[in-house]
Design a protein around this ligand. Structure first.
Ligand SMILES: C[S@@+](CC[C@H](N)C(=O)[O-])C[C@H]1O[C@@H](n2cnc3c(N)ncnc32)[C@H](O)[C@@H]1O
Length: 196
Protein backbone atom coordinates (compact mmCIF):
# COMPACT_ATOMS: atom_id res chain seq x y z
CA UNK A 1 0.00 0.00 0.00
CA UNK A 2 3.05 2.25 0.26
CA UNK A 3 2.74 3.20 -3.40
CA UNK A 4 -0.87 4.30 -2.92
CA UNK A 5 0.00 6.30 0.19
CA UNK A 6 2.60 8.14 -1.86
CA UNK A 7 0.13 8.85 -4.65
CA UNK A 8 -2.38 10.21 -2.15
CA UNK A 9 0.25 12.38 -0.41
CA UNK A 10 1.54 13.73 -3.69
CA UNK A 11 -2.02 14.55 -4.84
CA UNK A 12 -2.77 16.45 -1.63
CA UNK A 13 0.49 18.39 -1.85
CA UNK A 14 -0.54 19.56 -5.32
CA UNK A 15 -4.15 20.30 -4.33
CA UNK A 16 -5.51 17.52 -6.50
CA UNK A 17 -8.70 16.41 -4.78
CA UNK A 18 -8.72 12.72 -3.94
CA UNK A 19 -11.10 10.88 -1.68
CA UNK A 20 -10.44 10.99 2.08
CA UNK A 21 -9.14 7.68 3.52
CA UNK A 22 -12.17 7.26 5.77
CA UNK A 23 -14.58 7.74 2.87
CA UNK A 24 -12.59 5.42 0.65
CA UNK A 25 -12.62 2.67 3.29
CA UNK A 26 -16.39 3.08 3.55
CA UNK A 27 -16.76 2.93 -0.24
CA UNK A 28 -14.70 -0.26 -0.46
CA UNK A 29 -16.57 -1.85 2.45
CA UNK A 30 -19.95 -0.97 0.91
CA UNK A 31 -19.03 -2.30 -2.53
CA UNK A 32 -17.70 -5.47 -0.89
CA UNK A 33 -20.88 -5.93 1.17
CA UNK A 34 -23.02 -5.53 -1.92
CA UNK A 35 -20.80 -7.92 -3.86
CA UNK A 36 -20.15 -5.35 -6.56
CA UNK A 37 -17.77 -6.26 -9.38
CA UNK A 38 -18.16 -3.54 -11.99
CA UNK A 39 -18.00 0.15 -11.16
CA UNK A 40 -18.58 3.27 -13.20
CA UNK A 41 -16.74 6.24 -11.67
CA UNK A 42 -17.36 9.85 -12.62
CA UNK A 43 -14.22 11.86 -11.82
CA UNK A 44 -10.99 9.83 -11.86
CA UNK A 45 -8.52 12.61 -11.00
CA UNK A 46 -5.17 10.72 -11.03
CA UNK A 47 -6.71 7.26 -10.65
CA UNK A 48 -6.22 6.96 -6.89
CA UNK A 49 -9.74 5.83 -5.88
CA UNK A 50 -10.02 3.50 -8.90
CA UNK A 51 -6.70 1.82 -8.03
CA UNK A 52 -7.66 1.55 -4.35
CA UNK A 53 -10.96 -0.13 -5.26
CA UNK A 54 -9.25 -2.61 -7.58
CA UNK A 55 -6.65 -3.45 -4.95
CA UNK A 56 -9.19 -4.03 -2.17
CA UNK A 57 -12.15 -5.70 -3.87
CA UNK A 58 -11.93 -9.15 -5.42
CA UNK A 59 -12.73 -9.59 -9.07
CA UNK A 60 -13.36 -5.89 -9.68
CA UNK A 61 -13.20 -3.60 -12.72
CA UNK A 62 -13.61 0.17 -12.93
CA UNK A 63 -14.58 2.29 -15.91
CA UNK A 64 -13.90 5.94 -15.15
CA UNK A 65 -14.17 9.36 -16.82
CA UNK A 66 -11.89 12.37 -16.27
CA UNK A 67 -12.16 15.79 -17.87
CA UNK A 68 -8.85 17.39 -16.96
CA UNK A 69 -5.96 16.77 -19.40
CA UNK A 70 -3.08 16.63 -16.94
CA UNK A 71 -4.93 14.49 -14.40
CA UNK A 72 -6.05 12.08 -17.10
CA UNK A 73 -2.47 11.67 -18.34
CA UNK A 74 -1.19 11.14 -14.79
CA UNK A 75 -3.93 8.58 -14.13
CA UNK A 76 -2.91 6.67 -17.27
CA UNK A 77 0.70 6.69 -16.07
CA UNK A 78 -0.21 5.52 -12.55
CA UNK A 79 -2.47 2.76 -13.82
CA UNK A 80 0.25 1.59 -16.20
CA UNK A 81 2.91 1.60 -13.48
CA UNK A 82 0.71 -0.66 -11.37
CA UNK A 83 -0.15 -2.83 -14.38
CA UNK A 84 -3.85 -2.32 -13.79
CA UNK A 85 -4.75 -1.52 -17.41
CA UNK A 86 -6.84 -4.69 -17.66
CA UNK A 87 -9.01 -3.66 -14.74
CA UNK A 88 -9.30 0.10 -15.20
CA UNK A 89 -10.72 1.64 -18.35
CA UNK A 90 -10.28 5.41 -18.34
CA UNK A 91 -11.89 7.93 -20.69
CA UNK A 92 -10.69 11.46 -21.25
CA UNK A 93 -13.92 13.40 -21.61
CA UNK A 94 -16.57 15.58 -20.05
CA UNK A 95 -18.94 13.15 -18.37
CA UNK A 96 -21.84 15.51 -19.10
CA UNK A 97 -21.43 15.21 -22.86
CA UNK A 98 -19.64 11.85 -23.05
CA UNK A 99 -21.28 9.37 -25.44
CA UNK A 100 -22.27 6.39 -23.32
CA UNK A 101 -21.97 4.16 -26.38
CA UNK A 102 -18.21 4.60 -26.01
CA UNK A 103 -18.22 2.79 -22.68
CA UNK A 104 -16.51 -0.59 -22.68
CA UNK A 105 -19.21 -2.02 -20.43
CA UNK A 106 -22.87 -1.21 -20.86
CA UNK A 107 -24.02 -2.32 -17.44
CA UNK A 108 -22.60 -1.76 -13.95
CA UNK A 109 -23.47 -2.85 -10.44
CA UNK A 110 -22.17 0.31 -8.81
CA UNK A 111 -21.79 3.97 -9.68
CA UNK A 112 -19.47 6.35 -7.84
CA UNK A 113 -20.10 10.05 -8.50
CA UNK A 114 -17.07 12.13 -7.51
CA UNK A 115 -16.84 14.95 -10.09
CA UNK A 116 -18.16 18.54 -10.30
CA UNK A 117 -20.46 18.90 -7.31
CA UNK A 118 -22.79 21.35 -9.03
CA UNK A 119 -23.66 18.67 -11.58
CA UNK A 120 -24.50 15.75 -9.28
CA UNK A 121 -28.10 15.51 -10.43
CA UNK A 122 -27.14 15.55 -14.12
CA UNK A 123 -24.52 12.84 -13.58
CA UNK A 124 -26.97 10.78 -11.59
CA UNK A 125 -29.76 11.05 -14.19
CA UNK A 126 -27.42 10.23 -17.04
CA UNK A 127 -25.52 7.31 -15.50
CA UNK A 128 -27.88 5.66 -13.01
CA UNK A 129 -29.84 3.96 -15.84
CA UNK A 130 -26.63 2.02 -16.60
CA UNK A 131 -26.67 0.53 -13.12
CA UNK A 132 -28.51 -2.77 -12.85
CA UNK A 133 -31.69 -3.13 -10.80
CA UNK A 134 -30.06 -4.15 -7.52
CA UNK A 135 -27.02 -1.95 -8.00
CA UNK A 136 -26.01 1.03 -5.87
CA UNK A 137 -24.75 4.56 -6.31
CA UNK A 138 -22.41 6.35 -3.90
CA UNK A 139 -22.10 10.12 -3.86
CA UNK A 140 -19.43 11.88 -1.81
CA UNK A 141 -18.98 15.43 -0.42
CA UNK A 142 -22.60 16.06 0.34
CA UNK A 143 -21.98 18.30 3.34
CA UNK A 144 -19.46 20.59 1.71
CA UNK A 145 -17.39 21.06 4.88
CA UNK A 146 -20.54 21.45 6.95
CA UNK A 147 -21.56 24.54 4.98
CA UNK A 148 -24.71 22.86 3.74
CA UNK A 149 -26.17 23.17 7.21
CA UNK A 150 -25.63 26.93 7.39
CA UNK A 151 -26.04 28.32 3.88
CA UNK A 152 -27.25 31.77 5.01
CA UNK A 153 -23.88 32.51 6.58
CA UNK A 154 -21.77 31.73 3.51
CA UNK A 155 -20.18 35.00 2.38
CA UNK A 156 -18.60 34.01 -0.94
CA UNK A 157 -21.21 34.20 -3.70
CA UNK A 158 -19.84 31.34 -5.82
CA UNK A 159 -19.47 29.04 -2.84
CA UNK A 160 -23.02 29.86 -1.78
CA UNK A 161 -24.33 29.00 -5.25
CA UNK A 162 -22.45 25.70 -5.24
CA UNK A 163 -23.62 24.72 -1.77
CA UNK A 164 -27.20 25.57 -2.77
CA UNK A 165 -26.88 23.25 -5.77
CA UNK A 166 -25.58 20.41 -3.61
CA UNK A 167 -28.47 20.97 -1.21
CA UNK A 168 -30.91 20.94 -4.13
CA UNK A 169 -29.51 17.57 -5.23
CA UNK A 170 -29.72 16.26 -1.67
CA UNK A 171 -33.35 17.37 -1.29
CA UNK A 172 -34.23 15.98 -4.72
CA UNK A 173 -32.72 12.54 -4.19
CA UNK A 174 -33.91 12.17 -0.60
CA UNK A 175 -37.48 12.85 -1.72
CA UNK A 176 -37.31 10.77 -4.89
CA UNK A 177 -40.01 8.14 -5.00
CA UNK A 178 -37.90 5.61 -6.90
CA UNK A 179 -34.83 5.68 -4.69
CA UNK A 180 -33.98 4.87 -1.15
CA UNK A 181 -31.12 6.96 0.21
CA UNK A 182 -29.01 6.37 3.30
CA UNK A 183 -26.81 9.18 4.53
CA UNK A 184 -23.55 8.60 6.43
CA UNK A 185 -21.70 11.38 8.22
CA UNK A 186 -18.39 9.94 7.08
CA UNK A 187 -15.70 12.22 5.70
CA UNK A 188 -17.58 15.07 4.11
CA UNK A 189 -20.95 13.31 3.98
CA UNK A 190 -21.64 10.28 1.83
CA UNK A 191 -24.90 8.79 0.64
CA UNK A 192 -25.71 5.36 -0.67
CA UNK A 193 -28.58 5.28 -3.15
CA UNK A 194 -30.54 2.17 -4.09
CA UNK A 195 -33.70 1.58 -6.08
CA UNK A 196 -36.75 0.98 -3.91
C1 LIG B 1 -12.70 14.82 -6.42
S1 LIG B 1 -11.85 14.56 -7.91
C2 LIG B 1 -11.91 12.83 -8.14
C3 LIG B 1 -11.08 12.08 -7.15
C4 LIG B 1 -10.95 10.60 -7.39
N1 LIG B 1 -12.24 9.96 -7.50
C5 LIG B 1 -10.18 9.99 -6.25
O1 LIG B 1 -10.72 9.93 -5.12
O2 LIG B 1 -9.02 9.61 -6.48
C6 LIG B 1 -12.98 15.13 -9.09
C7 LIG B 1 -12.49 15.04 -10.51
O3 LIG B 1 -13.60 15.19 -11.39
C8 LIG B 1 -13.15 15.83 -12.55
N2 LIG B 1 -14.31 16.40 -13.24
C9 LIG B 1 -14.99 17.52 -12.94
N3 LIG B 1 -16.01 17.70 -13.79
C10 LIG B 1 -15.98 16.65 -14.63
C11 LIG B 1 -16.78 16.26 -15.76
N4 LIG B 1 -17.80 17.00 -16.14
N5 LIG B 1 -16.47 15.12 -16.40
C12 LIG B 1 -15.42 14.35 -15.99
N6 LIG B 1 -14.62 14.68 -14.95
C13 LIG B 1 -14.91 15.81 -14.28
C14 LIG B 1 -12.15 16.87 -12.04
O4 LIG B 1 -11.26 17.24 -13.05
C15 LIG B 1 -11.50 16.12 -10.88
O5 LIG B 1 -10.27 15.55 -11.25
Amino acid sequence: MKYFDEIEKSARERNIPVMEKEGLEFLIQTFNEHQCHRCLEIGSAIGYSAMMMISNIDDFVVETIELDDARYLEAIQNIKEQQLEDQIEIHHDDALTFDINDLKYQEFDCLFIDAAKAQYQKFFEKYMPLVQKNGICIVDNLDFHGMIFDIDHIKNRNTKQLVKKIKRFKDWIFNHEEYQVTYYGIGDGICVIKRK
